[in-house]
Design a protein around this ligand. Structure first.
Ligand code: FAD
Ligand code: SF4
Length: 338
């Protein structure tokens, strides 16, 4: 691991001041020479692998007193970005009103990691593409822009079938982001000019010609909170993976339904493990709205979710698997007693 400087913020303004150095030059957020340190479970990992090489880490954990609350106020949920994954998964308010969030967190990583890792760090985790994480491969457009993509013709079993570009086919690996996208969450971002809010769906960028630019955050900005309007007790997160614990998704679905007298009034579906960014399946949602829920409808919606999918040599199985995950998640959500 390369040497780096460690600074401990005392509050938001000292964190922003220390991070301001990152706003200079053309660096992207994830290449920035100054990085915020939350749980460190992604950042330190990638520094050990020499994939990320920040000169300075700014420890933002002292901000947890202000930025880790879990508040259900009326019908709205606010989650501090420094809340630990395990605390949010264990919250009775979250389990009762947003089971899709509790389950996405419970099925992520391991108990030890969830005790360390924060929500903000979770949504900013980087791809598990093995060519990205192994610096002995020169050709990775995400790590080394313009160098090519070893995964295109290489071993691409874990890679994306939706949202790829000619430059990058890496999968977005996290679980929580799918739940947040499905619930139309917003994020609060704190920067030197104050606090701004944007739809969570605008955080991640599809790879296009610049796979190294992964988010719309600017260097020096911090995610401070996530907010969700309304309650979604009829919601499910289903994750298919190679083993039942401590493994990333091969295909996952976050589903939230509003069903009245057997008819779907509203449907929200997001896909994980299969796309380059947390993926909202709007075509599938459109199939469901206003229709009586049954097996055929769930299957048609699942097929619509993958209508634009394209498999490669090793990952084409994800299309059929993903469809089954969506259909099963829809059945589970429809059958919930709320
Ligand atoms: P850090 O490592 O501290 O930060 C990650 C990145 O976000 C860094 O670039 C950091 O600078 C930036 N950052 C952190 N907080 C903020 C903020 N508030 N504002 C702006 N930037 C910020 N995740 C899953 O979802 N599902 C899994 O199945 C899963 N399995 C895993 C298995 C293993 C073996 C490991 C090591 C990780 C796994 N993870 C999984 C990923 C894990 O959940 C993430 O590493 C963790 O959530 C990151 O949170 P953190 O607080 O440790 O982030
Ligand atoms: Fe790099 Fe993306 Fe290709 Fe993986 S898929 S090698 S991250 S460019």
């Amino acid at each position: 691991m390369r040497p780096f400087a460690y600074q401990r913020a005392t509050d938001a303004s000292s964190a922003l001041q220390a991070l301001a150095a990152a706003a200079t030059g053309n660096s992207t957020l994830t290449e920035a020479s100054v990085q915020p340190l939350a749980g460190g479970t992604t950042l330190i990992d990638l520094m050990k692998l020499d994939v990320m090489r920040p000169a300075t880490l700014v420890d933002i954990n002292p901000l947890a007193a202000a930025w880790s609350a879990i508040n259900l106020d009326g019908g709205n949920l606010r989650l501090g970005a420094l809340a630990r994954m395990s605390d949010v998964a264990a919250s009775q308010d979250v389990q009762r009103n947003y089971p899709v969030i509790a389950e996405a967190l419970r099925l992520a990583a391991s108990a030890q990691l969830r005790n360390m890792a924060t929500l903000g760090g979770n949504v900013l985790q980087r791809t598990r593409c093995s060519y990205f994480r192994d610096v002995s491969y020169a050709d990775c457009n995400k790590r080394n822009p313009g160098s090519g993509c070893a995964a295109m013709e290489g071993f691409n079993r874990s890679h994306a079938v939706l949202g790829m570009s000619e430059r990058c086919i890496a999968t977005y690996p996290g679980d929580l982001a799918q739940a947040l996208i499905a619930l139309d969450a917003a994020i609060e971002i704190t920067g030197k000019s104050g606090v701004r809010t944007m739809p969570f769906a605008q955080l991640h960028k599809a790879p296009g010609d610049t796979p190294q630019l992964e988010t719309t955050l600017s260097p020096g900005e911090l995610i401070s909170a996530f907010t969700i309007s309304g309650r979604w007790p009829r919601s499910v997160y289903l994750k298919a993976r190679d083993r039942q614990s401590y493994e990333f998704a091969l295909a996952s679905a976050a589903v939230a339904l509003d069903v009245q007298n057997g008819v779907v009034q509203d449907a929200r579906i997001a896909l994980g493990g299969v796309a380059t960014i947390p993926w909202r399946a709007r075509e599938a949602e459109a199939q469901l709205r206003g229709q009586k829920f049954d097996d055929g409808l769930a299957q048609r919606a699942a097929e619509a979710a993958f209508a634009g999918a394209k498999g490669r040599k090793h990952n084409a199985f994800k299309i059929a698997l993903g469809q089954r995950v969506v259909a099963r998640a829809l059945h589970q959500a429809a059958a919930m007693e709320v």
